[in-house]
Design a protein around this ligand. Sequence first.
Ligand SMILES: [Zn+2]
Length: 85
Amino acid sequence: MPYFTKESAQHFVEETPSRSVLGGDLWGTAYPVASEVPVSGIYRCTGCGDEITSNRGDRFPPQNGHQHNTMLHVAWKLVARTKTK
Ligand SMILES: [Zn+2]
């Protein structure tokens, strides 16, 4: 989980997924390895819980860019969307 302080918490805004201004199921989708990042933010690996920051338009890590010791499946879910121009 991303860490924050009492002071920095003021910069977080709860978003209702169904009312996201960006449309689609941004928060419920598990994005595959090397696919295009839909929105800038923090993403969590569904297999191991590792977190990454990624910018919109970039690609998620390739198959050899994020590996597990076991056969855990790698996919990325949005944890925090950033307000990035
Ligand atoms: Zn992982």
